[in-house]
Design a binder for this molecule. Structure first.
Ligand code: ZN
Ligand code: ZN
Length: 365
């Protein structure tokens, strides 16, 4: 792993050099983890052309050295990471202009940067965006293996859960079953709040699982993920409890075909908006354009929502090595909704769909 982190630090240094920056203060924890390996909840990382320094607190003194010790210099600061930063920065060589991650620094922390204690004012603090995030878009083999594993865990947990779902259970009870299976199958945590939405609640794309009880004939939308070695999967399937109606089948078919159209044609180099249009165009041609109001998908990795984006507004090309979701949906207030979400790796040759749980409409219970 040390070689991997060294490569990432070298790539960041190249980006800093190109932006005429001497250093980056990394405060976003997923970025800290990506560069150093440290997975704790409190850290500041400073990367210069010559060194990399990780500041964290006493709770992580063992963990930080184990995870990041071979790659960065680790300092355990018992009182204040920011005070220690002011003490350490003057000792770092050739540092005048330092970037901070403007998307991840609170206003209070920004005040600390621009009004440091005496002696701190000689640095030029410059806002930066996406310096590390853009490196994270292209996954290496190890990262892909972790995402693959997270997808495997999610699908195994789904398979075990669906065997136990029946009318009369509440959404929360199903959520508990699924989350229990996810843990039993090896998921380290839940990458986001598990969505179990039944009946007309399936029309809420980001529903919270509720105490609503499933009735026979209900749509059941399950959107969830697993985490393996810090990497996320994200999958959605929509079922019917009991017998499906012709209308449920028809709408499920439109979403499934839209998903298949995008999954079959997406490729690296395409802009995010063009990928979005593949699925959206299909749904529009079938007459349901108004009912698909969200974007097609997003990158997954150390975070469940990361670059690149697949949306009407996404102008940037999708890089080789990115892993993205494809998640078209149709939502009808008062009726319900259907979404089918897969995780797709974009390769130089084409694509590999990492999720393989059946996409046809399954009747449960
Ligand atoms: Zn999802
Ligand atoms: Zn998603």
């Amino acid at each position: 792993m040390t070689a991997v982190r060294e490569r990432r630090l070298a790539a960041l240094r190249t980006a800093l050099d190109a932006a005429q920056l001497d250093a980056l203060l990394v405060s976003a924890l997923p970025n800290v983890r990506y560069l150093s390996g440290f997975s704790g909840s409190s850290a500041l990382l400073v990367v210069t052309a010559e060194e990399a320094l990780l500041l964290t607190d006493f709770r992580y003194s063992i963990q930080a050295n184990v995870e990041a010790g071979g790659v960065v210099r680790v300092i355990i600061e018992p009182t204040s990471l920011w005070s220690r930063l002011w003490a350490e920065l003057p000792l770092m060589r050739n540092v005048e202009s330092i970037a901070f991650e403007s998307a991840h620094v609170t206003h209070a922390d920004y005040q600390r940067l621009v009004e440091p204690p005496q002696g701190g004012a000689r640095w030029q603090w410059r806002p930066s965006v996406n310096l590390v995030e853009s490196l994270r878009e292209r996954k290496d083999e190890t990262e892909i293996a972790h995402i693959r594993d997270a997808a495997r865990i999610a699908e195994l947990a789904l398979e075990r859960t669906t065997k136990r779902v029946k009318a009369g259970m509440s959404e929360l009870a199903i959520c508990g079953l699924l989350e229990g299976e996810l843990r039993a199958c090896g998921s380290e945590s839940h990458p986001f709040e598990t969505i179990i939405a039944s009946g007309e609640r399936a029309a809420l794309p980001h529903a919270r699982s509720s105490s609503r009880t499933l009735e026979s004939g209900d749509l059941l939308l399950m959107d969830f993920g697993a985490v393996s070695n810090g990497y996320c999967s994200d999958i959605t399937r929509t079922f019917v409890v009991g017998k499906a109606t012709a209308e449920q089948r028809e709408i499920h078919d439109v979403v499934r075909e839209s998903n298949a159209t995008a999954s079959g044609a997406i490729r690296a180099g395409m802009r995010g908006k063009d990928a979005d249009a593949l699925a959206r165009g299909y749904i529009e041609r079938r007459g349901w354009g108004e009912a698909f109001g969200h974007s097609l998908g997003h990158g997954i990795g150390l975070e469940v929502h990361e670059a690149p984006r697949l949306s009407k507004a996404a102008d940037s090309p999708l890089p080789v090595g990115s892993v993205v979701t494809i998640e078209p949906g149709i939502y009808r207030p008062g009726w319900g909704g259907v979404r089918i979400e897969d995780d797709v790796l974009l390769t130089a040759e084409g694509r590999e769909i990492l999720t393989s749980f059946p996409r046809e409409l399954i009747e449960l219970g």
